[in-house]
Design a protein around this ligand. Structure first.
Ligand code: NAD
Ligand code: TYD
Length: 354
């Protein structure tokens, strides 16, 4: 990579789960190539504790702000003249989207369009500018028992979350077609790993097992997800940002499908081992509860394109990734206590008033 003047790269949502891994990777790996500006509104899901180890790095800065505020976004872009944007900021939890769809439209669609508008000027001034939109496989809707999502699968979202992500993907493509904005999009399967907020299945269940609380399985538990370790997603984002073909989409997934009930039983076994509990102890916490409305039956990504074109493949098996994740939550009980008590939000809100 050319060592010249460092480029200014905006990462949105960098205080969140996946964003914090992407920020860390880019700040450390490209320390003399990029200035990383992390823009995050610090909602309930944003936590600067995720980035403690890089916050003093000279090529890193944090800006608290809301992507849904267009004036603020335009000012930020004029100030930093970004060379590239990696856009992860989003409302990301399906259950919340069912009770509050408007917040998802606001952040995921309006926020994305504000970033796209501000990016147009950057692209005019800099032929190398790139807008990279991070999306989800949930835009494709639900698979039956067979088959995989490919890059040409038609969009068919079922939840307000996936509908808002599909909307934002469409806007990115439309800005490419209409205004010639250089972009790439990637659609990834379910992530797990350190720093994930304990509302999503894996961290919620780890936390509940530690606390001896019920593990609420929606419906019959036969719903299937394709799980990917978050650091492997960050590695894929690095590759797509640097080597992805402009105007194209890349699907990212681990060829790692699990029915929720089987995953939960595996997690219970690993947790019993970790907690030195009798085998079968944690499984007794499993409780079948009312199903999620519009619950997609199965997601599974065909990741052939990114594998063949960019040479990406996952680096850990599911069991290895789960063990690393469990170890991380055990070693970071304080993080878990903070995010479940909400104390960290008050602290950082006071520190970074918008
Ligand atoms: P997350 O909820 O952990 O983090 C989202 C971050 O965005 C938080 O730090 C939050 O403070 C910030 N944010 C929310 N609204 C904002 C706003 N209006 N302005 C600025 N910042 C705002 O989410 P995540 O799981 O890390 O997901 C990151 C991205 O990856 C999302 O775009 C999501 O759709 C996508 N994705 C997630 C998964 C997954 O399994 N988690 C899978 C595929 C794709
Ligand atoms: P989740 O982690 O919310 O991700 P997504 O809905 O984006 O796939 O859920 C993963 C799967 O686990 C999904 O099929 C819903 C199910 N689930 C439960 O059965 N119980 C729970 O408490 C949660 C949070 C999810």
């Amino acid at each position: 990579m050319d060592k010249g003047i460092p480029k200014n790269i905006l990462i949105t949502g960098g205080a969140g789960f996946i964003g914090s891994h992407v920020v860390r990777r880019f700040v450390t790996k490209y320390y003399d190539h990029y200035n990383i500006i992390n823009l995050d509104a610090l909602t309930y899901a944003g936590n600067l504790e995720n980035l403690k180890d890089v916050e003093e790095a000279p090529n890193y800065s944090f800006v608290k702000g809301d992507i849904a505020h267009s004036d603020f976004i335009n000012e930020l872009f004029s100030k930093h003249k970004f060379d590239g944007v990696i856009h992860l900021a989003a409302e990301s939890h399906v259950d919340r989207s069912i009770s509050d769809p408007v917040s998802f439209v606001r952040t995921n669609i309006l926020g994305t369009v504000n970033l796209l508008n501000a990016s147009l000027q950057m692209a005019k001034d800099n032929p190398d500018f790139l807008f990279y939109h991070i999306s989800t496989d949930e835009v494709y809707g639900s698979l039956g028992k067979e088959g995989f999502f490919t890059e040409s699968t038609a969009y068919d979202p079922n939840s307000p979350y996936s509908a808002s992500k599909a909307g934002s993907d469409h806007f990115v493509r439309a800005y490419g077609a209409t205004y010639r904005l250089p972009y790439v999009i990637s659609n990834c399967s379910n992530n797990y790993g350190p720093n994930q907020f304990p509302e999503k299945l894996i961290p919620l269940f780890i936390n509940n097992i530690i606390q001896n609380k019920p593990l609420p399985i929606y419906g019959d538990g036969n719903y299937t997800r394709d799980w990917l370790y978050v650091k492997d997603h960050a590695k894929a984002i690095d590759l797509v940002f640097h080597r992805g073909k402009k105007g194209e989409t890349y699907n990212i997934g681990g060829f790692n499908e699990w029915k929720n009930i089987d995953l939960t039983k595996l997690l219970c076994r690993l947790m019993d081992k970790k907690l030195k509990r009798q085998e079968g102890f944690s499984e007794k916490l499993i409780t079948f509860v009312k199903d999620r409305p519009g619950h997609d039956l199965r997601y599974a990504i065909d990741a052939t394109k990114i594998n063949q074109k960019l040479g990406w493949e996952p680096s850990v098996t599911f069991e290895e990734g789960l063990e690393k994740t469990i170890d991380w939550y055990f070693d970071n009980q304080e993080w878990l206590d903070h995010v479940t008590s909400g104390d960290y939000l008050e602290y950082y809100k006071r520190q970074y008033q918008a």
